[in-house]
Ligand binder design. Structure first.
Ligand code: T4K
Length: 399
């Protein structure tokens, strides 16, 4: 990397200092409570296979999601696979491309074909009108994503799915504790899937959870995550091992205890980022609907090169030189990944524009207000001197 120019000190700005700031730093909650739960599991000699901590976590997640059933898993990717398999989906699954690779992979892994659909230019979530255009006799399901915790148009998608007799699922990996129309995420479509990965607001090291009101589906899921062994110990399906361990559940419960505090802190961080970057041309901190509950898990910045004169990747490099490590959630979009690329290339204009501009920035309880002011001062400076930095970039002397 051309370090000489990535050092903002050249422009009279911040210099490299302090600890690295990462996106997705874990929110553990009360460590003593976690350890006490772990001790309890060890004392009880029950460590996995539907233990009491996992059952308690499932109950609490179902309550928050406002549904009757929750099936906890080892991660959300396996949960998505199980949902598609347990629902008997065949053929094609319509989904956004502006998502993590896990979304299309989960369909492809169970022999289904991901069909990428463009998104609404403002929300970044599936556009129901575009979805409808892609429905064919081969379509088996629609898989929406609540991108960055901003919820997909759930009611409109439910309508499209019902009119065409399709199953509808939501990848709710980003949307734990969020609402749409005042209703909790977790209860829309046929089933929704949360991620409890270490980087999420509520986390269990690795983990996932399916929520649904469909009792038969929940029963099939419970069997499929446990080698296909059903309630009567009979194996009637090709299952896998996607169970959650008691250690993961202990972490999940402890992180869940801290959820309200984490959420409130994320919201304050979001407000500070917004006020610090308000009015900076070409820089937008994505807003959330104030009428809904949001977990503010991701702090999403859109950097418009046409206005700042600075490529998003240069901004990323400048931040990294200052020990701030943004993530590209999600760039490239899935339809441009080598594994999903087509010839001729599929064009999804709104997806591609958002993907070119997006930067996820550090947030969470371990990011201080001082940290945020520092990150914002780098972004302000970079945006103001965008053209100048861009022009000098190619002449930079390798470090
Ligand atoms: N659907 C969607 C829409 C998703 O975004 C995801 C996952 C899934 C489905 C699948 O869920 P899971 O099967 O994972 O339950 C990370 C996470 O690994 C992934 O769970 C998440 N989405 C995705 C958005 O972010 P990477 O490839 O960015 O991971 P990594 O390790 O390169 O970087 C994570 C960031 O977090 C870095 O800034 C480092 C930091 N970090 C990470 C870990 C593990 C920490 O500070 N501490 C840690 O312990 O995917």
């Amino acid at each position: 990397m051309k370090r000489a120019l990535t050092d903002l000190a050249l422009f009279g700005g911040p210099t490299a200092f302090l600890r690295p700031l990462l996106v997705g730093m874990p929110t553990v909650g009360d460590r003593a409570r976690f350890l006490a739960r772990l001790e309890w599991a060890l004392d009880n000699d029950w460590l996995t296979n539907g233990g009491p901590l996992t059952t308690e976590l499932e109950g609490r997640i179902a309550d928050i999601a406002g549904v009757r059933y929750c099936v906890a898993t080892c991660n959300a990717t396996a949960a998505l696979q199980l949902v598609l398999k347990a629902s008997g989906v065949t053929g094609q699954v319509i989904m956004p491309s502006l998502t993590f690779a896990a979304t299309p992979h989960s369909a492809a892994w169970v022999g289904l074909e991901p069909v990428f659909c463009d998104v609404d230019p403002v929300t970044g979530c599936l556009d129901p009108a575009r979805v409808e255009e892609l429905i064919t006799p081969d379509t088996g399901a629609i898989l929406g994503v609540h991108l960055w915790g901003r919820t997909a148009p759930v009611i409109e998608l439910e309508k499209v799915a019902a009119e065409h007799g399709l199953k509808l699922f939501f990848d709710a990996a980003h949307a734990f504790g969020c609402t749409s129309g005042g209703r909790p995420i977790g209860g829309f479509g046929n089933a929704e899937v949360f991620s409890l990965h270490a980087t999420k607001t509520v986390m269990s090291f690795e983990g996932g959870a399916v929520t649904t009101d469909d009792g038969e589906l929940a029963e099939r899921l419970a069997a499929l995550r446990n080698f296909g062994i059903d309630r009567d110990r009979s194996v009637n399906a090709v299952g896998m091992n996607a169970k959650m361990s008691e250690c993961a559940a202990a972490m999940g419960l402890t992180s869940l205890d801290a959820f309200e505090e984490t959420r409130a802190r994320n919201q304050e961080n979001h407000a500070l980022y917004r006020s610090e970057l308000r009015g900076v041309p070409g820089i937008e901190v994505l807003a959330f609907d104030e009428g809904e509950r949001n977990n503010h898990q991701y702090l999403i910045l859109l950097a418009d090169r046409e206005v700042t004169g600075l490529h998003r990747d240069r901004l990323q490099a400048l931040l990294e030189a200052e020990q701030v490590f943004p993530r590209l959630y999600f760039s490239p979009p899935c339809h441009q990944m080598p594994i999903y690329r087509t010839d001729p290339p599929l064009r999804l204009p709104h997806t591609e524009r958002l993907s070119e501009q997006v930067l996820a920035l550090p947030t969470g309880p371990s990011v201080s207000f001082e940290d945020i002011r520092r990150v914002c001062s780098i972004i302000r400076l970079a945006a103001e001197r965008g053209g100048q930095i861009e022009a000098m970039w190619d002449q930079a002397v390798p470090a």
